[in-house]
Design a protein around this ligand. Structure first.
Ligand SMILES: *Cc1c(COP(=O)(O)O)cnc(C)c1O
Length: 391
């Protein structure tokens, strides 16, 4: 089989297995209501948890940043692309999460990729939760260290493997809030374990930063500081409504990453307009806590309505509220039925989640209204019942 036949066969197989990924084009900005194919849909699948992606003050900050600092940064940070807004954003982010220092990355994917390759070598071991985000897995593969994956949340297995590794360093990395399940990692345990084995703990807080701990993230909520052996990765494209990411830790680790983190060094710095807007996004998170209160209320509203409707909820207390339906075909059919009913909800299928656990990944946002949430639950319940009847 030549390469062309091979890719054709792979595409064909994905399609037959109901696993073909397709994009929907939004003809509106991101938000609680979006336009797709000329139709307005209530959006329950973005990571724009606070409704900041289209917030007038954030848009204004990006515009102001572009007027003042230009459209592009023009170079990588270490050449001459590190502008004043980047420098200020790093300082502000570090203070916000209680760290000595922070380093900006272009994306969370790149921040995650940077760490193991920079910090570990051949005799070292990376331990990862089985349900970690793809970027953390890829990060391990890019490094020279061995990768061990422990069963989801299984701290005994993790502990044994960390203790058993004798020649070389151990790095433990985990989603702080699991991106497809919405539950929390045992942050305190992992943090202490890393210290006990003289290793490093990396917490990817893509879904906790801006949301939990008054916006300061999952670590702040658990009273764990990004210092010493503890590193935090926060992303700016989800709750913060922008784009980009940062690693926070002690000054020495950040100094080291500046020298050795290849996805930091060999890429163009974020547009200065985005860097400039980061402090406005942090202001909105810090000074307007009513958004968090509204998000919490919406999560509560969704869970109680879903329980009343006998929907099969997971244990999540965060903005990510998945409904596992099993087969990929079922998840896709439900997502399509919901779109007919006026809702945008993503069907998440293997390989993003384990086989047999295809799901609707419902996400809540401070921008949604109570009626919208109730309406979603009733349309969901109706369609799930219909699907069950049809077998
Ligand atoms: C989205 C996400 C990332 C990647 O962040 P980007 O800034 O979108 O590249 C990393 N980790 C987790 C857990 C995520 O959900």
């Amino acid at each position: 089989m030549n390469w062309r036949d091979k890719i054709r066969a792979e595409l064909q197989k994905r399609s037959e297995d109901d696993l073909l990924r397709q994009r929907q084009t939004l003809d509106s900005p991101q938000g609680a209501r979006v336009t797709v194919d000329g139709k307005e849909l209530l959006n329950f699948c973005s990571n724009d948890y606070l409704g900041l992606a289209n917030h007038p003050r954030l848009i204004e900050a990006v515009q102001e940043g572009a007027s003042r600092w230009g459209a592009g940064s023009g170079a990588s940070h270490l050449v001459c692309g590190h502008l004043r807004p980047h420098e200020e954003a790093e300082r502000r982010l570090a203070v916000f999460v209680g760290a000595e220092a922070a380093l900006l990355f272009s994306t969370g994917y790149m921040a995650n990729l940077a760490l193991p390759a920079a910090l570990l070598g051949r005799d070292d071991l990376i331990l990862e939760d089985r349900l970690n985000h793809a970027s953390l897995i890829d990060a391990a593969l890019l490094s020279r260290a061995a990768l061990g994956r422990y069963p989801h949340l299984n701290i005994r297995s993790l502990d044994e493997r960390a203790e058993a590794h004798e020649n070389g360093q151990v790095l433990i990395s985990t989603d702080a809030v699991f991106s497809m399940d919405g539950n929390l990692a045992p942050v305190t345990f992992i943090d202490e374990l890393a210290r006990r084995v003289d290793g490093i703990a990396v917490f990817d807080d893509a879904h906790g930063f801006g949301v939990l701990g008054n916006g300061r993230g999952t670590l702040a909520q658990m009273e764990v500081r990004p210092s010493g052996s503890t590193l935090m990765v926060g992303t700016l494209g989800k709750a913060l409504g922008l784009s980009g990411a940062f690693v926070a830790g002690d000054q020495e680790i950040i100094n080291y990453l500046l020298q050795f983190a290849r996805p930091y060094i060999y890429t163009t710095a974020l547009p200065p307009s985005i860097a400039h807007a980061i402090s406005t996004a942090l202001d909105l998170v810090e000074n307007e806590p009513e958004r968090h209160a509204q998000l919490q209320q919406n999560i509560h509203q969704f869970r109680s309505a879903a329980e009343a409707a006998n929907l099969n909820l997971m244990k999540s207390t965060t903005a990510i509220q998945p409904l596992v339906v099993g087969s990929a075909g079922k998840a896709t059919a439900l997502s399509e039925a919901l779109a007919q009913g006026g809702f945008l909800v993503g069907a998440i299928r293997p390989p993003t989640v384990p086989i047999g656990t295809a799901r609707l990944r419902i996400t809540l946002s401070a921008a949604q209204g109570k009626e919208d949430i109730d309406h979603l639950v009733s349309v969901l319940a109706e369609n799930i019942e219909k699907q069950d009847k049809e077998g």
